[in-house]
Design a protein around this ligand. Structure first.
Ligand SMILES: Cc1cc2nc3c(=O)[nH]c(=O)nc-3n(C[C@H](O)[C@H](O)[C@H](O)COP(=O)(O)OP(=O)(O)OC[C@H]3O[C@@H](n4cnc5c(N)ncnc54)[C@H](O)[C@@H]3O)c2cc1C
Length: 526
């Protein structure tokens, strides 16, 4: 068995082996990477079964992100008279797919980008994956005819690349997930068999069962069936096994699970809409009907009294103001945006609205002339496992074996260095510099990039709501006379707020609105 040159590990006694196993997770870098990868979210649960229709009750829905669209879709089914106001010239909010012609100017007079990629090339710069447990979102996809395909979170051939002294002898080396998984598993199995043979494994198993266990370990770890030793085998890729102590020190094992989790960002299976995440909001909007949705309608004030609500919005292209009246308003705007709108809610409500922080999420898409990761490296989807300052670097799970493709060069939910304050070209250069350590072809194949740093995107000014979600919900979900909040930050289940959270929040607001309207209607009011 080869050892990494220049590295002499201490003999791996059983005690040291178990200590090291217990110490997996010692590398804080690796843990940081993991925890940001495994953002959890529950399913939205049962769709509310609402019945009845109030007398005259006109509703305004503010914002056409997933939450607003879900409210609109359900209001239409219930037969309400409603109108939706959206500040942008498109629906979807965070569910934005950047493709040829997409453009935005960063807030505060910042830089303008226009996407010039070939037709058919795209990247999801907000939500990009849907866990199979998010049945709220998945059922809407089915209902409005949005075809789905598998989103691959891990492929055996993707690379593992970590830098830094703490990583040990495997730092700065490009390994495949398959060799890391095989070498870890195989050598651990070999040690376990030795412990069984030497009767040093405290185990409730009978002698016969221990024999069966040893057989299982041989087959599961690809051990040599004659001497029950782990040797590099063809399927792990060429070369000798990496030293077990070095693998344990690296902490790579933290990212490699026996079975994929049911929930969170690395659940399996996961799905994505064919053609981009924006297919879902577009599908919902089609079902609602364009006559119900006013685009380029930037809400500026919301004033309620006992008789109704008046909303003023400005055309975001020409500034022309319009006042519109309603009986009820469902607010599906990001709360950091709502905090700066002229609205008469109670002091407690405004304090709660202002207290919700939003993530510094950012993504950079890199259009490539050639799918070199497929052609040269045999990687078909999944992510690069690394501690490079790129957050997640990912390969597309769509349009395999075509000519061009868009890599997700960076995805982070916290600030990465001072990138937010640097010109777009410098942010892209940052990605190319680090990614070329693993993929030297990237510079030659690079066509152009598109950077979306949500803190600088007008009408969001942040990613998703963070902070103590459960604590804020009791206040934020209160119906304040004629106003109800329904954006993802009020979701009852998910932390942070996935699209499933937006669905759950929409359902919750809809239920409150319907109860309020029915109550008022049966009392003869509005
Ligand atoms: C980078 C990133 C990655 C994510 N990844 C995933 C993922 O993989 N899977 C997943 O399920 N979820 C993911 N999420 C979370 C998901 O995107 C959100 O939870 C969800 O889209 C929120 O929907 P929403 O309707 O509450 O808010 P938004 O999408 O923010 O919608 C709010 C709407 O209000 C509009 N608006 C704002 N101001 C005004 C105004 N003054 N007048 C009128 N309209 C206005 C906006 O234009 C927007 O359309 C991700 C989020 C981010 C940022």
């Amino acid at each position: 068995m080869s050892r990494v040159r220049g590295f002499r590990p201490a003999p791996l006694t059983r005690r040291r082996f178990l200590e090291q196993l217990g110490a997996i997770g010692g590398s804080s870098l690796v843990m940081t990477a993991m925890s940001s990868m495994e953002l959890m979210a529950d399913g939205a649960g049962e769709r509310p079964q609402l019945t009845g229709k109030p007398g005259k009750a006109r509703v305004l829905v503010l914002g056409c992100g997933i939450s607003g669209l879900v409210v609109g879709y359900e209001l239409a089914k219930l037969g309400y008279d409603f109108q939706m106001l959206e500040a942008r010239d498109r629906v979807g909010g965070l569910a934005w797919t950047v493709r040829r012609g997409s453009e935005h100017t960063e807030a505060d007079g910042g830089e303008r980008q226009v996407c010039t990629w070939d037709e058919g090339q795209y990247v999801n710069v907000g939500p990009w994956r849907i866990p199979h447990s998010h049945t709220g979102v998945l059922n809407y996809c089915r209902e409005v005819g949005v075809p789905l395909q598998i989103f691959l979170n891990e492929s055996e051939s993707q690379y593992v690349y970590y830098e830094g002294d703490a990583i040990g002898p495997l730092a700065g080396r490009k390994l495949r997930v398959r060799e890391v998984r095989a070498d870890l598993q195989g050598q651990i199995n070999e040690l376990l068999i030795k412990a069984i043979d030497q009767h040093r494994l405290d185990s409730p198993l009978t002698v016969e069962d221990q024999d069966r266990l040893a057989n299982f370990l041989v087959s599961q770890g690809y051990l040599d069936s004659t001497d029950r030793r782990y040797k590099a085998f063809n399927n792990r890729g060429p070369g000798d096994p990496h030293d077990l102590a070095a693998l344990l020190q690296s902490g790579f094992g933290n990212r490699i699970r026996s079975v994929s989790p049911l929930e969170g960002t690395v659940a399996s299976p996961m799905f994505q809409p064919v053609g981009g995440m924006d297919q879902l909001p577009k599908g919902l909007a089609r079902a609602i009907g364009s006559n119900r949705i006013a685009l380029n309608a930037e809400v500026q004030s919301v004033h309620q009294d006992d008789r109704g609500v008046k909303v003023v919005y400005a055309n975001s292209k020409n500034g022309k103001k319009t006042e519109i009246a309603a009986d009820y308003v469902v607010i599906c705007l990001p709360l950091n945006i709502l905090a700066n709108i002229d609205i008469n809610v109670s002091e407690e409500m405004m304090t709660a609205i202002k207290a919700v922080p939003y993530s510094s999420s950012a993504k950079i898409g890199l259009a490539m002339k050639r799918r070199f990761w497929e052609e040269d490296d045999g990687i078909f989807g999944g992510h690069l496992y690394s501690n490079l300052p790129l957050g997640e670097f990912s390969y597309p799970s769509n349009d395999y074996f075509t000519k061009k493709g868009v890599l997700l060069g960076l995805y982070a939910n916290q600030p990465v260095a001072d990138l937010l304050d640097r010109p777009v070209a410098a942010r892209i250069e940052h990605v190319l510099t680090h990614a070329s350590k693993v993929h030297p072809q990237i510079r030659q194949e690079f066509e152009s990039g598109y950077a979306v740093f949500w803190k600088k995107v007008k009408y969001n000014l942040g990613g998703f709501a963070t902070g103590a979600a459960r604590a804020r919900r009791p206040q934020l979900t209160k119906v304040e006379n004629r106003l109800i909040i329904g954006s993802a930050a009020t979701a009852p289940h998910s932390e942070p707020d996935w699209q499933e959270g937006a669905v759950a929040a929409g359902w919750q607001a809809l239920t409150s609105l319907h109860e309020r309207a029915m109550r008022s209607s049966s009392a003869g009011g509005r």
